[in-house]
Design a binder for this molecule. Structure first.
Ligand SMILES: [Zn+2]
Length: 264
């Protein structure tokens, strides 16, 4: 059985681990993803995926990437980068007001084709393995479920993983994530792109308090809609439309209550 490890890492430069970032690999097979995550000089043509589209030269160099962990569909774990090092999984983004997420996170790549491959469901054995791994990471770094976020949470404009099929509520039940729950609430429209006023300013404040990278102001613009989509993907996957309705609003309030504010 092949053992994988990645040369794609550098130093955390003293930054303690405070986050666990969950990803899907977004590639056809776990082996494709493993090959890409350990490749010191990846090129587009070597890896099946969206970069194989006709308008992309297969000789294009790709960014070097890695993660600390990969979880295969059957639950098999691979530690590609030891957790004391900084792996390169998060890219550009922010959470709770700070960038350089790689320096302060452990990255878990869950083998799954994702949106480019029909958003396949996560098999039971894989979810059990992810939960065991997350539990172990949280305990080793003295963290709780509030530390566990989606790649789409820290980079809402660029990323949609691990996607709306990921069972956040199940992780939350085990104390391994935060997931809001509210009584049945109608999806009464409250605000959408073009809206303006105190409600929008308050929405921006709440999302920023949870951790999302949103600016201030009282205008509901396209950028805010992208962030609302990200939060819906996480807490209300049944309808991801980027608009604020009463149900989304109630869930955001409950989400904020569960994670707590991090600045006044
Ligand atoms: Zn990702």
């Amino acid at each position: 059985m092949m053992s994988w490890s990645s040369p794609n890492f550098d130093s955390r430069e003293g930054t303690p681990v405070s986050l666990v970032v969950l990803h899907y690999t977004g590639m056809a097979t776990a082996e494709d993803a493993l090959r890409r995550l350990v490749d010191p000089a990846p090129v587009a043509g070597a890896f099946p995926g969206p970069w194989q589209a006709a308008d992309i030269d297969p000789a294009t160099p790709l960014a070097r990437v890695s993660s600390h962990w990969v979880v295969e569909e059957n639950g098999r774990l691979h530690e590609l980068v030891p957790e004391q090092h900084r792996a390169w999984h998060a890219g550009r983004g922010s959470w709770r007001g700070a960038e350089n997420v790689n320096a302060r996170s452990v990255g878990i790549e869950i083998a799954n084709g994702g949106h480019d491959f029909g958003l396949p469901p996560y098999p039971e054995a894989q979810i059990v393995a992810v939960m065991g791994l997350v539990r172990d990471i949280l305990s080793r770094h003295g963290l709780d479920g509030r530390a566990v976020i989606a790649h789409s949470d820290l980079a809402p404009g660029r990323k949609a993983d691990p996607g709306e099929h990921f069972p956040w509520a199940r992780l939350a039940q085990a104390g391994l994530a935060v997931h809001p729950a509210v009584p049945p609430t109608p999806r009464l429209p409250l605000a959408s792109v073009g809206s303006q006023g105190a409600l929008v300013a308050r929405l921006r404040w709440k999302l920023a308090q949870i951790g999302y990278g949103v600016g201030e102001g009282d205008v509901f613009d396209e950028e805010l809609s992208v962030v609302v989509r990200a939060v819906q993907r996480r807490i209300r996957p049944a309808l991801i439309d980027g608009a604020l309705d009463l149900e989304t609003s109630a869930l955001i309030d409950d989400f904020l209550e569960r994670v707590g504010t991090f600045r006044s």
